[in-house]
Design a protein around this ligand. Structure first.
Ligand code: NAP
Length: 276
């Protein structure tokens, strides 16, 4: 049986009621992609289950094996280090026809398939924290048995929290380096601007408003014009002007090279973590 990509799951189970599950489930319920009475959420922590029950009106359970019985879509949303124990727990009761969507960073689909046994249909997804406000981006990759309909189903559920791109699984470490860790790079920039705010005679609140709106505006300009970033940068940089003074310092201190090294370091770390 293949998943009907355009239809709401008849039993959607989230295993792990953490921050990411909260973001993704909140998005898809708000988008009306699945009624709450068809959703079951599991966790080890009773307080997380209480929160999900009261906030979303979903069914909750502390029994993973029981919860996944009869599920047609199961989202694995526990930390990577909890995955092996969880997969062993699910092996007997996970329906063979269920689509498994794993959001655990660095866990290859092959490892999930082997641990579950048989030929489970697995889609691996890498969301990022802006999913919490519906402005995330997720990359998805199919496992060996996942179908086009499975990818479309995963896409539809994740799109409720942001954009979705498809990549071959071997690109997931690079994706992690760009969009998984990526929000932190931009926060780092804003942190630097806020650190110097008083020195340039701006209060924190005004500086934060200006910096955040500028980051959002720059992102929209990139998206909506489709122009390359260096072209947009040139357009705000006049000879002898303020931007030229700023970029001159960044160039002199090799900030671009440092950022490039940072992205490569994130990818290498992701590769190392994936190897276990
Ligand atoms: N945050 C990100 O930016 C990001 C981005 C992409 C992907 N991800 C992935 O998303 C996944 C979830 O991340 P998160 O930040 O939401 O983590 P989290 O807040 O720690 O949530 C995981 C939840 O699952 C629970 N749990 C652990 N083992 C369990 C089990 N066997 N059965 C049921 N529940 C279990 C945890 O309980 P305990 O606290 O008691 O262990 C915790 O409440 C991770 O695999 C992460 O790699 C995160």
């Amino acid at each position: 049986m293949t998943m009907k990509a355009d239809r709401a799951p008849s039993r959607l189970v989230f295993v792990g009621a953490g921050n990411m599950a909260e973001a993704l489930l909140g998005g898809l319920l708000r988008a009306g992609l699945c009624p709450p009475d068809r959703v079951v959420v599991t966790d080890l922590l009773p307080e997380r289950l209480d929160l999900f029950a009261s906030r979303f009106g979903v069914t909750t359970s502390a029994d993973n094996a029981e919860a996944v019985r009869g599920a047609d879509v199961v989202v694995l949303a526990v930390k990577p280090q909890s995955m092996d124990a969880l997969l062993a727990e699910l092996r007997e009761s996970l329906p063979q026809e269920a689509l498994v969507i794993s959001i655990a960073a660095g866990i290859p689909t092959q490892r999930i398939e082997a641990a579950l046994g048989g030929a489970p249909r697995v889609v691996r997804a890498m969301p990022n924290t802006p999913c919490l406000v519906g402005a995330g981006v997720s990359a998805i990759a199919p496992g060996a048995a996942a179908t086009e309909a499975d990818l479309r189903c995963a896409e539809r559920l994740l799109r409720a929290s942001g954009a979705v791109v498809r990549v071959p699984e071997q690109k997931m470490d690079a994706v992690t380096a760009v969009s998984g860790s990526g929000p932190a790079y931009f926060f780092y920039f804003i942190e630097a601007i806020l650190t110097v705010a008083e020195e340039i005679d701006l209060d924190q609140e005004t500086a934060r408003t200006l910096a955040v709106a500028t980051m959002e505006g720059a992102a929209r300009l990139l998206r909506e014009t489709g122009l390359p970033p260096d072209e947009l940068r040139r357009r705000v940089t006049s000879k002898g002007g303020t931007t030229e003074a700023a970029i001159g310092v960044l160039e002199e201190r090799h900030v671009s090279a440092s950022l490039q090294d940072a992205v490569i370091a994130a990818k290498c770390r992701s590769q190392a973590l994936s190897r276990g």
